[in-house]
Ligand binder design. Structure first.
Ligand SMILES: [Zn+2]
Length: 129
């Protein structure tokens, strides 16, 4: 799996509705170990400002800022030779796979599983700058 794909998975976990679930926290921790620090750092900085660190690219358009990518970066993204970043919104870019079949995604179950709730208020995510 590519770094950006891991990063995207991490983002889905950490910004998803079940981010607080113990299994997701554990999965996120494991993903973090496999992502280089500078990339993780940039992702965390964006996240600290409430932004997503990874944006999907559909039809050559960054879904983070809705800007069309320049042909250079877009070509590089398609060649897959390096991690690409949006010139406009500075998010990491992940080429959206063509929607071939609406395959079930095991990582994101559609049904909302009620997380084990204890009567405590939600802990804030530990974001130490
Ligand atoms: Zn963008």
């Amino acid at each position: 799996m590519k770094v950006v794909e891991r990063l995207f998975e991490l983002q889905e976990l950490e910004m998803g509705p079940q981010a607080e679930a113990a299994e997701n926290r554990r999965a996120a921790e494991n993903l973090r170990k496999e992502i280089p620090d500078p990339i993780l750092g940039h992702y965390d900085r964006l996240r600290a400002r409430g932004k997503k660190g990874v944006a999907l690219v559909r039809h050559g358009v960054c879904t983070g800022c809705q800007m069309k990518l320049a042909s250079g970066p877009f070509a590089a993204l398609r060649r897959d030779d390096d991690i690409a970043m949006c010139d406009n919104c500075a998010r990491y870019l992940l080429l959206c796979p063509e929607p071939a079949a609406p395959a079930a995604n095991p990582a994101a179950p559609a049904s909302k599983k009620p997380a084990a709730k204890r009567g405590r208020p939600k802990a804030k995510p530990a974001l130490v700058e």
